[in-house]
Structures are given as structure tokens and as C-alpha cells.
Design a protein around this ligand. Structure first.
Ligand code: ADP
Length: 479
């Protein structure tokens, strides 16, 4: 035995100087390794040739260290073994590294087995070398059965060609792979997985291995499918509801048209008998008035008044029911024209009341001239009607361009309207006063609203009771 070696290992340098004393050697060997060592020596002697064996020896500090004995046994021609030349290597560090490596591998394997995903590694060609336990649990394949390409047996037959073609392409091109497909479980049921693989490269960029995972996305897919179903059913319901609304709208439209037609026919046909009553009442008054006593004369006056009101009502109804039927296509109209027309029709009322109407610069709108004249006429005639005693009516008409619309204002200095009634006055036949205070049919503003809305505009009123009212409406500006 080499002295340096003996010193390093704390062995007795005398050991083996005069041939190997087996007992002395064995005494320094770890009790657990002795039997193995003896067997190895016997084997080497019997077999001859090279040998190598690892075992622990005790050093002077009393601790055991791993060494590796290497050497060869040569036999004399008669078969007796000759002395075996050999070396002892200190393999303690290698042993420690190996055991640390095993520990680490064990921990990694434990980790790989316990993650919720399936994990696998494959050689550079794509042949699988290892699957984690979750994979085996799911597929029912033993760790050996899933190796190489045999794992592809759990791809449902319908998808296998597509999935494999894409996977092989990734392996050939050395590019990361991602796909979603089903894998058949041991119970014969398919679940869906999002699968990924990445190449692991060495320092030179050569692929040494592939690492891949399969993540179960069945629940997400089901949730997504449910969401899609829900959306689809929602859309169907919305569509059904829309169709229902459209039907209801069409029905409403039809009944509106019918009502308008009814109002039109009724008011039109009533004109003739009213005219007859009016003219014969007048005739009666002229021819036989002197023969009537006071009471007869009063009755006659009541008939004349009633007939006049009936005529006004029927005329307004006729105007209202004609609005849709008589509608002309909208065209550029300078608002000055319908205003002038309205003032002309109201000339005698203007004179009677001493009203002062002023107008600013009015714009050009897209409208129906005669209908717009009707709007001005109704608003101006109300302004002259709902006046404060002793205050001559003053009306200001103005217009302002706002975006694609003209905003028109008709402001008066009349009695004004209490807040709760501001919206109600546009409703047909809604009046705030009795007939003996202010004449009227309650249709004027309804007619205005219908015309403005037909133009795509809005109408509303602002008012201060006792000061005056301002009627606002919008109309589309002419392009
Ligand atoms: P009518 O004028 O025939 O009564 P309208 O539809 O034109 O019918 O008007 C409805 C009601 O609105 C009127 O009865 C009146 O009470 C109120 N009104 C309309 N215009 C004015 C106004 N300029 N000032 C005050 N009140 C008004």
C-alpha cells in the first residue's frame, strides 16, 4: 500500500506491505459492506480480469468514507491467481454528489407526480421517455405502456391524425407546440386538455429533450359552451321580443291609421249637416226672429253658439286627421314663409287684439310648408287668446341653429301655465280653462305636436304664470 494513500485514509501503512492481509483490510471496512466486498473479491479471483467495487472504509477520525477499488486479477498458467495490481480511488465526493442528485431527482419527481397537470418528457425525436403519475392515473397506462409513441393510443380516433400531424411538425421544426384536444381516460370518457411542449436545448442550442404538459380544460370548455348557449338563447329571446314589438307596433300603426281614417270620415261627413244647421238657423233668425219672444230668441242664440263650436271642433278634427294623409315630402323651407302665411290668416285677430309680433332671422328647415304655417298659426292664436286683461299681446318669434337642427321659440307675455300642466296641454282635448273664459277645442297644440314630430323634432313649453310662456320646437335644418 502506498504510504500517501494510507496517510490520506488514515490506514496503517504496514497494511498489505507483506502481501494482503485480508482480515486486516476487512476490519477497516464498514460492517454492512464487508460481505459484499468478500463476494466481490471471490468473484474477481474466480473470474479474473478487471474489477471495480465500491465500499466504505474507516479512517483514523473514525468516520467511514467511500472508496472505489479498481484493478485486475491475473492468473498463472496453472490457474492460481497472481497478486492483483490495483488502485483505490476516493469516491466520497462523487458519492455525495450522486446522492444529492438522486435526492433532487426524487424531489422533482415527487413534484411532477403531484402537480395537477400531466407532465412528460421526450427525446429529441419526440419519443416519450417519461410520464408523471397523474398521466398514468388518468389513462390507466403503466409508466412503460405510455412510452415512445404508444401514448397516442389515448387520442380519440377522430382527432388523432390532426393532432399528430401538428405535433410531428413541431418536433421536426423544433418549435414550441400548443394544441387543445381530448384524451380518453381509463373509464372510456374523453376530457379536454390544453397541451403544450417546449424544446430543452443544451449550451450549443441542440435539442436534448422535450418537456410537455396537458392541462385539463374540460370545465372551462363546458362553461364557455354554456355561456355560448346562454348568449344564443338570449339572442333568440331578444329577437323574439323584437319581433313581438314589431308586430305590436305594426298593429298600433294599423289601428292608429284606422282611427285617423275614422276621425277624418266622421269630421268630413259632419261638415255638411253642420253647415245645414248653421245656415237654416241663420235663416230662421232672419225670417222669423221678430216672431220669437225673448225666450225663443235666447234658444236661437244658444243654437247658433253651439253650432259655431261644433263647426270649430269638426274643422280642427278634420285638420288633425288629415295631417298624415296630406303629408307632403319634406323640402327646404325658409321659416319666414310659413310665419308670414300664418300672420296673414290671423290678420283680423291681430287687429282686434292689437298684438305685436316680432321675428328675428329665421333659418331654412327641411319641412312641409303648409303644415309649418299651421304650427305658427296655432301658437300665435293661443298667444293672442291666453292674454292677461289689459295687457296687449306681444309675441317674439326667433330661431337658433343647434347642430343639425333649428331651435324655434315663440314667446308671449300672456297668462302663463302652472308647472303641473306643462306637459298635459299637448294632449288632445286637454284644456285648462272653461269655455266661457277662453274659447277653444283643445286640439291646437296636439296638431302642433303631431306636425313637429312628423318632422323628427320635439315640442315643449316653458312658462312663468302671470308673466308669459315660451313654446319651443326643433326642426331638421336644410342641408
Ligand atoms: P285650445 O287653445 O283650443 O284650448 P290648445 O291645444 O291649443 O287648445 O291648448 C291647450 C291648452 O293649453 C289651452 O286650453 C290653454 O289652457 C293652454 N295654452 C295653450 N297656449 C297657451 C299660451 N300661449 N298661454 C297660456 N296657456 C296656453
Amino acid at each position: 500500500m502506498d504510504e500517501a494513500f494510507a496517510a490520506t485514509f488514515g490506514l496503517d501503512p504496514a497494511l498489505g506491505r507483506e502481501g494482503l492481509n485480508l482480515e486486516q483490510v476487512i476490519a477497516t471496512v464498514h460492517p454492512e459492506d464487508r460481505e459484499g466486498l468478500l463476494r466481490a473479491i471471490d468473484g474477481a479471483i474466480a473470474r479474473g480480469g478487471a474489477y471495480a467495487h465500491e465500499y466504505r472504509v474507516r479512517r483514523r477520525d473514525g468516520r467511514y468514507y467511500w472508496i472505489e477499488a479498481n484493478g485486475r486479477v491475473d492468473h498463472a498458467p496453472d490457474g492460481t491467481p497472481l497478486a492483483f495490481p490495483g488502485v483505490l480511488l476516493d469516491v466520497e465526493a462523487r458519492r455525495a454528489a450522486l446522492s444529492a442528485l438522486r435526492d433532487r431527482e426524487e424531489r422533482l419527481r415527487e413534484l411532477a407526480d403531484n402537480i395537477t397537470q400531466f407532465a412528460w418528457t421526450a427525446d429529441p425525436s419526440g419519443a416519450v421517455q417519461w410520464h408523471n403519475r397523474r398521466w398514468s392515473d388518468y389513462t390507466g397506462l403503466t409508466p412503460e405502456e405510455g412510452l415512445g409513441w404508444s401514448w397516442t393510443g389515448v387520442l380519440p380516433p377522430g382527432q388523432a391524425p390532426r393532432v399528430l400531424a401538428k405535433l410531428r411538425r413541431a418536433f421536426e421544426q423544433g418549435e414550441a407546440w400548443e394544441d387543445t384536444f381530448a384524451l380518453r381516460g381509463r373509464n372510456g370518457e374523453d376530457r379536454w386538455f390544453l397541451s403544450r411542449a417546449v424544446p430543452i436545448r443544451d449550451g450549443q442550442g441542440q435539442i436534448v429533450r422535450w418537456f410537455g404538459t396537458h392541462t385539463d380544460v374540460t370545465e372551462q370548455r363546458e362553461a364557455e359552451a354554456q355561456l355560448r348557449d346562454l348568449n344564443a338563447s338570449l339572442e333568440r329571446r331578444v329577437a323574439a321580443r323584437t319581433a313581438e314589438l314589431e308586430r305590436a307596433n305594426a298593429e298600433l300603426q294599423r289601428s292608429n291609421t284606422e282611427l285617423e281614417r275614422f276621425a277624418y270620415i266622421t269630421s268630413h261627413d259632419l261638415q255638411e249637416p253642420i253647415r245645414t244647421v248653421a245656415s237654416f238657423t241663420e235663416l230662421l233668425g232672419r225670417r222669423y226672429g221678430e216672431h220669437l219672444d225673448d225666450r225663443g230668441q235666447r234658444y236661437l242664440d244658444l243654437i247658433v253658439g253651439g253650432t259655431a263650436r261644433m263647426k270649430a271642433l269638426v274643422d280642427d278634427l278634420l285638420t288633425y286627421s288629415r295631417l298624415s294623409g296630406d303629408a307632403r315630402p319634406l323640402q327646404p323651407v325658409n321659416l319666414q314663409a310659413p310665419l308670414t302665411e300664418a300672420l296673414a290668416r290671423l290678420s283680423s285677430r291681430l287687429e282686434e287684439t292689437g298684438a305685436r309680433v316680432t321675428a328675428g332671422e329665421l333659418g331654412t328647415v327641411l319641412g312641409d310648408g303648409p303644415q309649418l304655417a299651421q304650427v305658427f298659426q296655432n301658437l300665435l292664436s293661443n298667444a293672442m287668446k291666453f292674454t292677461r286683461p289689459g295687457v296687449p299681446p306681444e309675441v317674439r318669434v326667433s330661431a337658433e341653429r343647434v347642430g343639425g337642427e333649428w331651435h324655434v321659440r315663440v314667446a308671449d307675455n300672456g297668462i302663463g301655465i302652472e308647472k303641473p300642466y306643462l306637459e298635459r296641454i299637448f294632449v288632445l282635448f286637454q284644456r285648462l280653462h272653461t269655455r266661457d273664459r277662453y274659447e277653444g277645442t283643445g286640439l291646437g297644440l296636439g296638431i302642433c305636436q303631431k306636425i313637429v314630430e312628423r318632422h323628427g323634432g320635439r315640442i315643449w313649453v316653458e312658462s312663468t304664470p302671470g308673466v308669459g310662456s315660451t313654446f319651443h320646437f326643433t326642426l331638421p335644418a336644410a342641408p
